[in-house]
Design a protein around this ligand. Structure first.
Ligand code: SF4
Length: 769
């Protein structure tokens, strides 16, 4: 196989529109393999199916699964090399507890006693509001559902969210605002049928590498799709596009309103679809009419003719497929912009048909499951916290009093959880499988919160991350390959991942840890029976199926057995759709009925939540909701003292804060350190050459990293957010070179999805060496 570090996408296998994407099996192993064990990759939301190669009880490689619908055997660099993290010599093997200021090894008994004693104490004195849980996009469905039951049904805390708040909260929220419920409308096989792809703030080549292979093979085949890219950086997809709108960060909504204006002004509308299957057209038309190409050009720093040309391409599309990701979700007016993306497809009636639809992508591999199970600020099974009938269903399922399930207000989102911890009302915070000390905005503040004397910090992780280093108790976990369970990718495909090897040392799966926690707390249902009624992953999966019965994310047709040996299956999968569902909304009926919907919606400008009465007055009744709002200035905008805009983002070789990929030698060697990307014009103006050390500063902190000169938009700098301090001697905030991009970002979030804005901040740049 070719060196997939230097050739990340591998050889092309072109195919025509409507053709099958050919199989190509990618494999990498460290010597011979004794047996292969079924799984899928957990290093991005694409969820490529793979088999884990095992020899002598160790993971020694991976091989893409040819039979699977998602990847047809392909793997990207992270999938091919990332597994090596499992074998890393610095895995946590035993629990750690803080004694005399130092983390020291302890038994599970000691560690869990401490956690349970503190939980009981806080429940007794301060109540469930003193307990917070912050999870990940890395656990399995079974881990999440177990925690959701314990936290919401057992402890009764509303403070449960995941780091998926940072990556996919806006994806889920925009789907709720437009269609009434979360759930990806399209499937990735729509790439095979589309004639036009709209990329909005998504760099598929690096963030979903196998998705880019799927696209690139269409682009190299007969009848390739045309493409429009909105991104301030010149990405691989921008290089392939007919139009690249390199907008100023923070102006997504203006350009998307402008594209809607062009569709309306040029009669590029599906009037029958709009009449029968949507509401809100008149208000939309009134709002977007102000966004003429000239005004958009003025706001976004692009040419008016390019806006017109982009509008033409979208207007001429017969099969329009729209991809959206963090460039929209982590930016200013995130939910409004993601809804504005949905509007473009709705205006053209491009939904529920082969090649025509929307993929509001996820960032993290199991982000979809946090949203489904209620670990990410919603109630399990896409239930609506404002709908008493939904709460009652859940209470019946869990055999608890409905009042035990917090639903007096919206579930607490991550940024609020950290604020409560800062203010002292949350006094126990359990962080599972994530690293907020590198991934949250404004790290100086985050470190100070996590280090508070009054906060009891529990961290479950496989490694001593920057966050774990600040914990009072650290619990060693079994990760992918060391436990059995399921997870769901960005296009609703559920995969089974089997345990291939034993976990190292005394590490346990997250589900086992949560079950132990519930047992020790003696959590009971209202009949005095144990609250959690399962002890194995497959029992948990069966319970989860019941939770989804009749809901849009219906899993009732799935079993571990069905997922074993063959391809992953897309939900809903039930008696009606036993083989799963390629795309939602083929019937053009949307879950916007008040008794079904997951959310009654929000005002996109202020974030004010609508009530059931508001929603009933709106009366969508199965029709999609067109909504947008006017563009406003971001909270920070490049100016005199801080003349550059900052965008943070990802590289193809790393996942999240490199907890795993930084321990895979090939990936780490390919991208060992942070960098500051700037345009050639700005470099010349500042007298900066490639590799010069730069200091980038904002009102909150600074980062020092070498310069990389690229085709980025002038006035913008880009820094990858993966790099913290666990693998360098120096520590930001202590001494040495700060290099975590989130030293610079600000504590601010979208009013609707509550997703932090990691892509709009003002900075200055200096050459320091
Ligand atoms: S595209 Fe994503 S899921 Fe697939 S191999 Fe790469 S990192 Fe893994």
């Amino acid at each position: 196989m070719a060196d997939r570090i230097t050739d990340p996408w591998g050889a092309r296998t072109p195919y025509p529109q409507g053709g099958d994407w050919p199989i190509r099996v990618d494999e990498h192993s460290d010597g011979p393999v004794d047996r292969w064990v079924q799984s899928a990759c957990v290093l991005c939301s694409h969820g490529c199916a793979l088999d884990i190669g095992v020899r002598d009880g160790r993971i020694v490689g991976v091989r893409g699964r040819a039979v699977d619908r998602v990847n047809h055997g392909r793997l990207g660099p992270k999938g091919l090399y990332g597994w090596q993290a499992n074998n890393s010599s610095d895995r946590l093997l035993r629990p750690l507890v803080r004694r005399d200021g130092e983390l020291r090894e302890a038994s599970w008994e000691e560690a869990m006693d401490l956690v349970v004693e503190r939980t009981r104490g806080l429940l007794g004195i301060r109540g469930s509001g003193a307990l917070g849980f912050y999870t990940s996009g890395q656990l399995f469905l079974e881990d999440y559902y177990t925690l959701a039951l314990i936290a919401r049904g057992g402890l009764g805390t509303n403070h449960l969210d995941g780091n998926t708040r940072l990556c996919t909260a806006t994806a889920g929220q925009s789907l709720k605002e437009t269609f009434g419920c979360d759930g990806q409308p399209s499937g990735i096989h729509d790439i095979e049928y589309c004639d036009t792809i709209l990329h909005l703030g998504i760099n598929t080549a690096e963030t979903q590498t196998v998705l880019w292979m799927h696209e690139l093979d269409r682009l190299r085949g007969p009848n390739p799709p045309r493409s429009v890219v909105v991104d301030p950086r010149e990405t691989e997809s921008a290089r392939e596009a007919q139009v690249h709108l390199a907008i100023v960060p923070g102006t997504n909504l203006a350009v998307l309103n402008g594209l809607a204006q062009q569709l309306i002004a040029n009669d590029r509308l599906d009037l029958a679809f709009l009449e029968n299957h949507t509401i809100g057209f008149d208000a939309l038309e009134r709002t977007v009419s102000a966004y003429t190409p000239e005004r958009v050009a003025d706001i976004c720093g692009v040419s008016a003719n390019d806006v017109r040309r982009a509008g033409e391409i979208i207007g001429e599309a017969e099969h329009l497929l729209t991809f959206v990701l963090q460039g929209v979700y982590q930016s200013h007016q995130a939910t409004a912009s993601a809804c504005a993306a949905n509007n473009l497809n709705l205006l053209r009636g491009m939904i529920g048909k082969p090649g025509a639809g929307i993929l509001q992508m996820n960032g993290q591999p199991t982000a979809q499951n946090t949203r489904e199970t209620g670990c990410n600020g919603d109630l399990p099974g896409f239930r609506n916290w404002q709908n008493e009938a939904h709460v009652a269903q859940l209470a019946r399922l869990w055999n608890v009093d409905p009042l035990q399930i917090p639903h007096w207000g919206p579930p607490t989102h991550a940024m609020e959880i950290f604020r409560y911890a800062e203010q002292g009302s949350i006094q126990l915070l359990w962080v599972a499988g994530t690293n907020p000390a590198v991934s949250l905005p404004d790290l100086r503040r985050v470190r100070s919160i996590l280090s508070r004397e009054e906060l009891f910090l529990v961290v479950s992780d496989a490694f001593l991350t920057e966050t774990a280093q600040l914990a009072d108790v650290v619990l060693p976990v079994a990760i992918w390959g060391e436990k059995t369970g399921t997870f769901t990718n960005t296009d609703r495909t559920v995969h089974l991942s089997e345990r291939a090897v034993e976990p190292p040392g005394e590490a346990r799966s997250d589900m086992e840890i949560f079950l132990d926690f519930a047992r020790r707390l003696d959590l009971r249902d209202k009949d005095g029976e144990p609250l959690v009624k399962w002890s194995t992953p497959d029992e948990c999966f069966e319970a989860w199926k019941e939770c989804t019965r009749g809901r849009p994310c219906d899993y009732t047709g799935l079993t571990y057995e069905k997922l074993r040996g063959s391809s992953g299956v897309q939900w809903p999968c039930n008696d009606e759709m036993p083989d799963g569902t390629e795309r939602l909304y083929e019937s053009l009926s949307f879950p916007t009925f008040p008794e079904i919907c997951e959310d009654y919606g929000h005002d996109l400008q202020t974030g004010a939540a609508f009530s059931e009465a508001d929603f009933k007055a709106l009366n969508p009744q199965g029709r999609a909701i067109l909504k947008t709002t006017k563009w406003t200035l971001p909270h920070e905008w490049a100016g005199n003292e801080y003349p550059f805009d900052l965008a943070t983002g990802r590289t193809i070789y790393h996942f999240h804060t490199r907890t795993k990929t930084g321990r895979a030698p090939e990936l780490q060697a390919a991208a060992p350190d942070a960098w500051v990307e700037l345009s050639a014009q700005d470099a010349e103006r500042l007298g900066v050459a490639e590799g010069d050390m730069l200091r980038v500063s904002s009102l909150r902190g600074s980062v020092e990293a070498p310069a990389r000169i690229s085709h980025i938009r002038p006035g913008l700098v880009f820094i990858p957010f993966h790099y913290g301090y666990w693998d360098v001697a120096d520590h930001a905030g202590h001494d040495g070179r700060p290099r975590a991009a989130n030293e610079l970002t600000l504590t601010i979030w979208d009013p609707v999805s509550k997703q932090p804005q990691l892509k709009t901040a003002a900075v200055k740049v200096e050459r320091v060496g």
